[in-house]
Design a protein around this ligand. Sequence first.
Ligand SMILES: [Zn+2]
Length: 366
Amino acid sequence: MHERQKHILTGVQLPTSAILGAGFSRCANLPTQKEFSDYLLSDELSVTPLQKSITQVIKHFLRDVFSWRERPPMPSLEDYFTCIDISANSGHHLGIQYTPKKLRAIRRMTIHRIFQILDRKYNRSDAIDTFLSNLLRTNSPGFVVTNWDIVLERGLQYQDASNRIDYGFECFNWRSKQRKTSSADDITVAKLHGSSNWVYCENCSTIFYDLDEKLALHKMIGLIKADFRLFAEEFNNQNFDDPIGDEPESRKCPLCGNMLATHIATFSFRKSYRTFAYPAIWHNAQTTLSKSSQWIFVGYSLPDADFEFKHLLKTAELAFRRRRDAETLNITVVLKDDEAAESRFRAFFGERVHEVIQGGLQEFVM
Ligand SMILES: [Zn+2]
């Protein structure tokens, strides 16, 4: 085990929890939210007729709603999704031509494009491999994840631990159609904003997960034929099914036959946590943290917009303090040249902050 991480992890009896933010995925070459706009309309992701029409729809939307004129800056994805969500969820237009129906279609298409970006950019990372391998040698480690990419899942796969992943709610393996059964060496993975490898049945509330690939993208789940017709007459049944490359049957819920949807909370400031499973995931995150004597934040900047998550962290911290077997909670924060985030951590957790590393995960595992 490498020295710095060893120093933090040795002698620990109670479990360690890792709290992972966007900076963690950055180690695997995934773009930050700010950089997403560079790829949103990129030519390399607009190859098939289907991809081209998604690009056109997003482009027109940016032009009509944000007066964007094909040059930077673009609105942030938070602004983009928040405008869509508040209008669509309250049954309002966003300007005269964007009806709630169209807005929901744009939302699905943009999420599809984001999956494309995630899939394209991923690279395996030595720093992540070392970090996970060290962590897995400790007593029942847990993960609380704010990202909805599957960088952690892929990392656990490289450690031969993907079959131990426990998402903390009832869900079915897409391949076997079997419910995940719990076992003693399960690794808690609480994904607060959902995950790109989950699909959701809006009829029977079942969630399926696939650990092998980006299920949602692979099956084109979440793209609906009718969405494309709203924008272009030329998408009739035939030339929409062809580019999808899959029988509609394969996008249906195996339990009830309803069409499946993606299940992530997206970038919107108005995140919908009311959907089935989110209360269970958040509760599980809180329980995991309140039983851990070591918290390691990796690439998470504790932004003000995450006030609900910050409340969860504070509640878990205070609950841990009341445990009879409690050691002192030690918080380690791994950042990449982010002084402002360091100040936020020190202000929020005070002397619980044991160490702050500003050289990224690379420096932490060295
Ligand atoms: Zn169903």
